[in-house]
Design a protein around this ligand. Structure first.
Ligand code: HEM
Length: 486
């Protein structure tokens, strides 16, 4: 029966020849999303590859991806049962669990809690924004100190701590110093996370590689250790919250989740330990993504100094020197948003979503895909489609502005980096507010310049996120922040 199913699957879907044992692994290269896009030119937007022992369908192009994720949202809402997915958040992750009634409830709780602490009313909006402003201003001070006497530095660590602090403040009501050794060590470990769960990770494609010592085996072993340590850190923090929990005062998201999941009579299967799992999911998802986005923003600012000059002129005109930019300035700072959208489109720093799987048989572009098929969604192909974007390989924020200098919403909606449908990112709104405020404050206070010997290449490492390789910049002060005039 399985043989007949496979035969039907193999016959109906186009795709490259797959070698025994490894399948198409050797063809993926360093940047699988580019390979997937090239293969789409040859085989169409829906094709099949084989990685180790898994048959995988790759979806490309805006129309095909939206047709799948929106018109067939339930059919494409599953997650594969990968070994690496079972290790995350104590095995109770919402992100890495397949579609079910319980998962729907879990996602709803996570989503409404994020909203309650970031945008539910003017008070929560304000305190969320104040948190970001505090982190951004501290970061300005750190960058300027690292640049004293014209020194050059790698902004990676500062950006990661700042992004981590925003999500830690939401979850625990606590932030960490940039020099906190324990926190630094924890963040360093999470760097590796995306390489193991990103589409095409060898651990999941060839699970038998875990049975004897080899490089993939040691990557997976490290992955298990880092997840255990990261989850242990979350467990400790949540336990501290339980000890001081007061049902009448919800201090932060950990308290909110305790209030929901720790109820003894939970009849939806979401028991007490889902509190730790949900906090771990949100910190994991909100940390690396935002830090990587900011990392690219700073790189592209330093690389395109003429665009930076234009941004400075705009921010000086709209905000002026006597106050910091705020979220209220956003509509008048459309060029900043255009820069952020172009960074997301151009780098596509989450190039392929977390792998999906089909929850039932489904047909896309006239091609039949059976239930339980692993599906890769190539977001990069949407953002670089030459039919949709003029000169997609050129970085040009002004493509998002209309003739009146306003943000072209039809065009910004075409950028795909938060996915779509039932699995769409639940942190999109907070991510956009965070990136805007960090960017606006850094820009208002600093001019970033690249090291004369570095060409600020766009080379990066592949994983769930695309991370720029190490680079150095210097920051020149251009604001009053350090003089303490506000
Ligand atoms: C899932 C992108 C920030 C929470 C995802 C997915 C993508 C994504 C591509 C996978 C969707 C899929 O599998 O189809 C991004 C980007 C971010 C960002 C580009 C920042 C620029 C955040 C933040 C949070 C968050 C700040 C929360 C605090 C989540 C969660 C999921 C998710 C919980 C899993 C959803 C599910 O499986 O149902 N995100 N994300 N993300 N994101 Fe984000």
């Amino acid at each position: 029966c399985l043989w007949v199913r496979n035969l039907r699957f193999k016959r109906r879907l186009p795709g490259p020849f797959a070698w025994p044992v490894v399948g198409n692994i050797m063809q993926l290269g360093q940047m699988p999303h580019i390979t997937f896009t090239k293969l789409a030119k040859k085989y169409g937007n829906v094709y099949q590859i084989r990685l180790g022992c898994s048959d995988i369908v790759v979806l490309n192009g805006e129309r095909t991806i939206r047709q799948a994720l929106i018109q067939h949202s339930v059919e494409f809402a599953g997650r594969p049962k990968f070994v690496s997915f079972q290790v995350v958040s104590g095995g109770k992750s919402m992100t890495f669990t397949s579609y079910s009634k319980q998962w729907k409830m879990h996602r709803k709780i996570a989503q409404s809690t994020i909203r309650a602490f970031s945008s539910a009313n003017s008070q929560t909006k304000r305190s969320f924004e104040q948190q970001i402003v505090a982190e951004a201003t501290e970061l300005v001070g750190i960058f300027l100190a690292l640049s004293s006497q014209g020194q050059y530095f790698n902004p990676s660590h500062g950006l990661t701590v700042a992004a981590a602090n925003v999500i830690c403040a939401l979850c625990f009501g606590k932030r960490y110093g940039h020099d906190d050794v324990e926190f630094r060590a924890l963040l360093k470990k999470t760097d590796q996370f995306g390489q193991t769960v990103g589409a095409g990770s060898l651990v999941d494609m060839m699970p038998w590689l875990q049975s004897f010592p080899n490089p993939v085996y040691s990557v997976f072993k490290n992955f298990k250790i880092l997840n255990k340590e990261f989850f242990g850190f979350i467990q400790n923090k949540v336990e501290e919250h339980r000890e001081t929990f007061d049902p009448d005062v919800t201090r932060d998201m950990s308290d909110a989740f305790i209030g929901v999941f720790d109820k003894v009579d939970s009849d939806n299967g979401l028991t007490k330990d889902y509190t730790e799992a949900t906090v771990s999911d949100l910190i994991g998802a909100g940390l690396d993504t935002i830090a990587t986005g900011l990392h690219w923003i700073v790189l592209l600012l330093a690389k395109h100094s003429e665009i930076q000059t234009k941004l400075h002129e705009i921010i000086d005109k709209v905000v002026g020197p006597d106050r910091l930019p705020s979220i209220q300035d956003r509509s008048r700072l459309a060029y900043l948003d255009a820069f952020i959208y172009e960074t997301m489109r151009f780098t596509s720093f989450v190039p392929v979503t977390i792998p999906h799987s089909t929850t039932s048989d489904v047909t896309v572009d006239g091609l039949h895909i059976p239930k339980d098929t692993v599906v890769f969604i190539n977001q990069w192909s949407v953002n670089h489609d030459p039919l949709k974007w003029k000169d997609p390989h050129i970085f040009d924020p002004s493509r998002f502005l209309d003739e009146n200098g306003l943000l072209d919403k039809d065009l910004t909606n075409n950028v795909m980096i938060f996915s779509a449908g039932k699995r769409r990112c639940i942190g999109e709104q907070i991510a956009k507010v965070e990136m805007f405020l960090f960017f606006a404050i850094l820009l208002h206070q600093c001019r970033f310049e690249k090291h004369p010997n570095e060409d600020m290449s766009l080379n990066c490492s592949y994983g769930l996120t695309l991370k720029p390789l190490d680079y150095r910049i210097t920051a020149k002060p251009r604001g009053k922040l350090l003089n303490g005039q506000w």
